[in-house]
Ligand binder design. Sequence first.
Ligand code: SF4
Length: 401
Amino acid sequence: MEADYLAKGWERTESHSDADLIVVRGCSVTRRAQHDCERLVAHIKAKYPATRLIVTGCLRDESAERLSPAVRRARAILEGMNAADDEDEETPQEIEEDEPIPMRTARAYLKIQDGCSGKCSFCIVPQFRGPSFSIPFSSLMRKTERFIEAGYTEIVLTGCNLILYASGGKRLPELVDALARLGESADEKSRPRCRIRLGSIEPGACALETVDVMAAHANVCRYLHVPAQSGADRILTAMKRPYLVRDVVELVERAKRVSALAGIGFDLMTGFPGETEMDFLSTEGLIKRLCPSNVHVFPYSERPGTIAAGLLDAIPREVRHDRARRLAAVAKNHRSQFAKKFIGQQVQIVIEDEKEMSGWTGEYFQCRIDNKGRCASVKRRDIVEARVTMARHGALVAAVV
Ligand code: SF4
């Protein structure tokens, strides 16, 4: 979205007080997330009353009566319902095919689909976004080519549910294969022009095939983010998730066969209605067994309009939060332990911060270069090879080879 605005001639300011327009990327997947976004919007409106504000993300899809007045006003501006002060201003939405793509980071986000046809009992997204629809394959190929030509060295595939991608007979594995080929260099031994990073991916046959594609291309990042949610089959079934714990294990083990150091991210939810201490311990056990490198833990919160919100066996809020804290502590320890396994290993870093000479490895670890003297010619967005010398607080330090 930032790229869209820059292409239309807008400039990014360093502080909110200098801005003519503030964009809030809102989320309403959990009640807490929505509450936080609403508070932020109210704060911005109060502090910068003359500044135009727009709200994007699924917060803007929430039904109007459930939103605070500040968010309703901001959303109205976005939808043009209250465009009194916006009539002569252009609000860019899309990059036209022939427009230049401005650069601010090394990483470009490629939205491949939106919406979801899932029926997860806790989720409001299908009601906001509707069923899944995919961006045409040819359009994604063109856009990726243009991102690469513009100098992006990492492209992140995004969407509500990536495994639902389907366009012109191409599913996610075929799409990843085609995009990875675009990013490869002509000479196999050289560094890729660009690497591809998968967004969150649900366990199942399509995800396994996608990991096989990862194995076939060195420029597909060795990182999987799995919205596992729970380590107890009973809870996954109550959530109406379309997989069981064994499917999560199979997916992670397949990725670990591609690379023993593949990074694994998990989304986990604690305190779903009916979750017993035993169920919780199963989730904790899943972390201990699979050693994910990144874990996002969310205490369950009821979303009005979902099946789960009507379930009777609600877990007290303090238990949900206590379990979330316990899981987060276990996960943090595992990340630190896992990071140490990289010491002595060669990693590939996309440089994001030229001053600090730091960036991200394909396995999604932040990594700083400590022999800067050897990097006089290294610039932001460059892909560099480095050997890890130290792991500290779950981040890496490396020397360029
Ligand atoms: S897969 Fe489930 S949790 Fe994810 S967006 Fe679809 S319905 Fe929601």
